[in-house]
Design a binder for this molecule. Structure first.
Ligand code: FE2
Length: 609
């Protein structure tokens, strides 16, 4: 046995379970359970993710020094109980649903973790927002920073403001349940007919089509917002304390009708509601950010928690807020808590110092999941009888650049899988952003959806300010910025009258596939040191076309988790109209593949949202 300190962090039993392993404070591996079990947002104990982390390090569970869990189940149980007692008998239904699950999965966590893992060492717990705060600050490129975390709810906290300095973090202020920005946003997600906990992106994507005409109503009726960003929600309109839905009859009355039914037509009302809640969310984020700045006096801000995935809000905080620099944890949701608690144990419990390389975070591009060697990939391809060509690196990127230039859609599987919800060139599907039909084509032929959301761009870091009103790193696609003014194309009065998705199909810039109706884009900057192959590909594409941007969407179909293994990728490739697939360093042409046989309708496997 070596003398390393191995710390395993786990987040589980809420949504998006994950595991993360540190060796002497360095991140060795991190992954979400959904990628292995192929169940989107899998919340069960992350057996497979833990197994992967241990395998990656070549150790067994009895070699672990500590195991950390990302929240405190007893405190959470106390909240559930108090909420129930506070509103009984109205709360009975919600309590009965949640109760047995809490008792089974959460109250006896300690025993369960030991049993699952076969581990007899020390199990340590952090508070939920401390885990988020730790995941935001410790891997950041800052020696000191203000920390802001915002989500649905942890034990009691729903948002926190803290300070990170050297090897420690300190929580300075908390906002408590039931006053929650995450839950407010989720209430509107529910009311506009999308799925809570995953449809929030859609609300954000819908917002640019709407007018903010409900903002005053939200601010006057639903909440009391203070100057410092704290607020109270008027529980008269919400149902998450007592029932199984987010909103109630009073909410319906206030906004003029019942929630939209899923899959039914989206109307101007949903667009206006989306815009309104987005405006309110941005205002709250901005006020909280200002308070964090006043309390800490720092020029740096670190963000985590589910609300930090609101990249439109993040972009606004960066542009209009008081901070010079912003860093956002790529696994900002609960999966990232596994990383946070592990780092908290290393720095606080083990009292280990933290070294910061200026300008560089320690997330290694978020490429922390499983990777596969050329030999492993070749062996898979042989076993699947899948024809491929084996090209030199330079030839491969030139060839793929050419394929993109001629409007092919290419699956791009390279290196280790990303940790967090975004595909960043490890498990991505790529297209040509200059093509006016690419957005529609990729949506219908690959993703099997019609979407009012455009795709996201990956741009060479050194070229970002040639294309976008942004000149900072955004390696994790968590900042939205406007497309450069001179690239924008004005809409005619006639086009302005078009409704919803029809508007999106009007080219809005010279990179239309990634330009939203309000001329914004969700930008990923690609860095040569972190993503050498992906960077080389975009360079080759730029040499050929003069465009240093590609379309990057996650490698999956609607409702499916992002692919993990070469087998997952090949299956997704064969099930869709993707024309080529790179399983680095091999290239596959769809036309050469043997016929793909599927039993039944495979799309039934996934819950379509
Ligand atoms: Fe959270």
């Amino acid at each position: 046995m070596d003398s390393s300190t191995w710390i395993l962090g786990i987040s589980a039993f809420y949504h998006d379970s994950a595991a993360c392993l540190l060796r002497d404070g360095e991140i060795v591996a991190a992954a979400q359970e959904e990628r292995f079990t192929r169940k989107k947002g899998d919340a069960s104990y992350p057996t497979r993710a833990v197994e992967f982390c241990l395998d990656e390090a070549g150790i067994t569970a009895d070699e672990l020094t500590y195991v950390g869990f990302y929240d405190k189940p007893l405190l959470k149980f106390e909240r559930i109980l108090e909420t129930y007692l506070g509103v009984a008998p109205r709360g009975l239904r919600s309590f009965l649903m949640a109760g047995p699950l809490w008792i089974k999965d959460k109250l006896y966590m300690d025993r369960q973790l030991r049993d699952e893992l076969d581990f007899e060492g020390e199990v340590l717990y952090a508070e939920h927002h401390e885990s988020h705060a730790a995941s935001a600050f410790f891997p950041s490129p800052f020696e000191e920073a203000a920390i802001l975390t915002m989500d649905g709810v942890g034990e009691w906290a729903t948002a926190s403001i803290g300070r990170g300095s050297g090897n420690d973090i300190e929580i300075l202020r908390e906002l408590h349940w039931p006053d929650s920005l995450g839950l407010l946003y989720s209430a509107f997600t529910y009311y506009t007919g999308f799925k809570v906990n995953s449809g929030e992106y859609k609300v954000m994507g819908l917002a640019p089509y709407g007018d903010p005409r409900y903002v005053d109503l939200i601010l006057s009726e639903l909440m009391e917002l203070e100057e410092d960003g704290s607020f109270r929600l008027n529980q008269k309109y919400f149902n998450y304390l007592t029932g199984l839905t987010m909103t109630n009859g009073a909410f319906d009355k206030l906004f003029g009708g019942p929630p939209r039914k899923a899959e039914s037509l989206i109307t101007q009302k949903e667009m206006d509601l989306a815009r309104s809640v987005q405006v309110v969310c941005e205002e709250i984020m901005m006020r909280m950010a200002r308070t964090a700045h006043e309390l800490t006096g720092s020029k740096n801000l670190c963000l985590a928690g589910g609300v930090a995935l609101n990249c439109v809000g993040n972009g606004k905080v960066l542009r209009d807020g008081p901070f010079e620099n912003i860093w956002i944890q790529p696994a900002a949701g609960d999966a990232g808590g596994a990383l946070g608690v592990a780092q908290l144990i290393w720095h606080r419990h083990c009292e280990k110092p933290r070294t910061v390389v200026p300008g560089k975070d320690s997330m290694r591009g978020a490429y922390l999941g499983p990777g596969f060697s050329p030999a492993e990939i070749r062996s898979f391809l042989e076993s699947a009888h899948a024809p491929y060509v084996d090209l030199e690196e330079d030839e491969l990127v030139e060839r793929v650049a050419e394929l993109l230039d001629t409007e092919n859609v290419v699956g791009w599987f390279d290196g280790r899988m990303e940790f967090g919800p975004r595909a960043l060139g490890g498990r991505s599907i790529l297209g040509d952003p200059r093509s006016p039909k690419m957005q529609e084509q990729m949506n219908l032929k690959i993703k099997f959806r019609e979407s009012f959301r455009p795709f996201a761009p990956s741009v060479l870091r050194e070229r970002v300010s040639d294309y976008f009103e942004l000149d900072t790193d955004s390696p994790y696609m968590l900042l939205v910025a406007p497309v450069k003014k001179e690239r924008q194309i004005e809409m005619s009065d006639e086009q302005r009258k078009l409704f919803g998705i029809e508007q999106l199909n009007i080219p809005r810039s010279d990179i239309p596939a990634i330009t939203h109706v309000d001329y914004s884009a969700r930008v990923q900057t690609v860095h040569a040191d972190q993503s050498p192959h992906y960077h080389a590909l975009i360079e080759a594409f730029e040499r050929r076309t003069g465009c240093g941007v590609v379309v990057n969407t996650s490698f999956n179909v609607r409702g499916e988790p992002i692919v993990c293994t070469p087998r997952d990728a090949y299956q997704c490739f064969m099930r869709t109209d993707m024309e080529y697939l790179v399983l680095w360093p091999f290239l596959l042409d769809k036309r050469e593949q043997p016929e793909w046989k599927e039993e039944g309708d495979w799309r039934d496997e996934f819950e379509l949202d």
